[in-house]
Design a protein around this ligand. Structure first.
Ligand SMILES: [Zn+2]
Ligand SMILES: [Zn+2]
Length: 175
């Protein structure tokens, strides 16, 4: 069966949200070769869900849960339709704190996982200023963070991309 497409999380294997595994999905009961590794916010104790049960909404429905917090998208004024696709039919992502799904142009962004060190090093001008302002980081502190930055490390920098204008948005997270 073809791997499901997630509009707002285009490559969940490379971001680490989905990994190869022979565990059986607790929603459909099948072992399909892949399981989800990040959060499902539900009252039930669920360990293994396959990407197909994420994509068709059956896992969110069956366990009355969400894969990502919907509040940041609600506050950004994103439509209920898109919020439901991101939070109920899209893999969430692993973060140190509560994840904050980004919005731009009034719609949800695509999640692209941990930023590459190279692209952060190349960040400059207005894009860098916007990022530092949003994260309330002083430029000299940023230089220090950058020096020690590693993908998947602490602090983490996540990359989002607007699905409309293609603007790239970085967010930072640490323990
Ligand atoms: Zn399943
Ligand atoms: Zn945009």
């Amino acid at each position: 069966m073809e791997f499901p497409k997630f509009k707002y999380h285009p490559d969940p294997i490379s971001t680490g949200a989905i990994k190869e595994s022979d565990e059986a999905c607790e929603c459909c009961g099948k072992s399909r070769g892949y399981v989800y590794t990040s959060n499902l916010y539900t009252e039930e104790d669920i360990e293994f869900i396959c990407p197909w049960c994420i994509a068709d909404g059956s896992a969110a429905k069956k366990f009355d849960g969400m894969f990502s917090d919907d509040h940041p998208l609600q506050e950004a004024g994103v439509s209920e339709e898109i919020i439901s696709e991101v939070c109920e039919r899209t893999p969430g992502y692993n973060s140190w704190q509560q994840e904050v799904w980004q919005a731009h142009c009034g719609i949800a962004c695509e999640f692209h996982g941990d930023a590459e060190k190279k692209e952060l090093n190349e960040l400059e001008g207005e894009a860098l200023e916007t990022f530092l302002r949003a994260e309330m980081i002083k430029p000299d502190v940023w230089q220090n963070i950058l020096e020690h930055y590693e993908k998947g490390g602490n602090p983490a920098v996540y990359k989002f991309k607007c699905t409309d204008c293609s603007e790239v948005i970085y967010t930072m997270d640490f323990t």
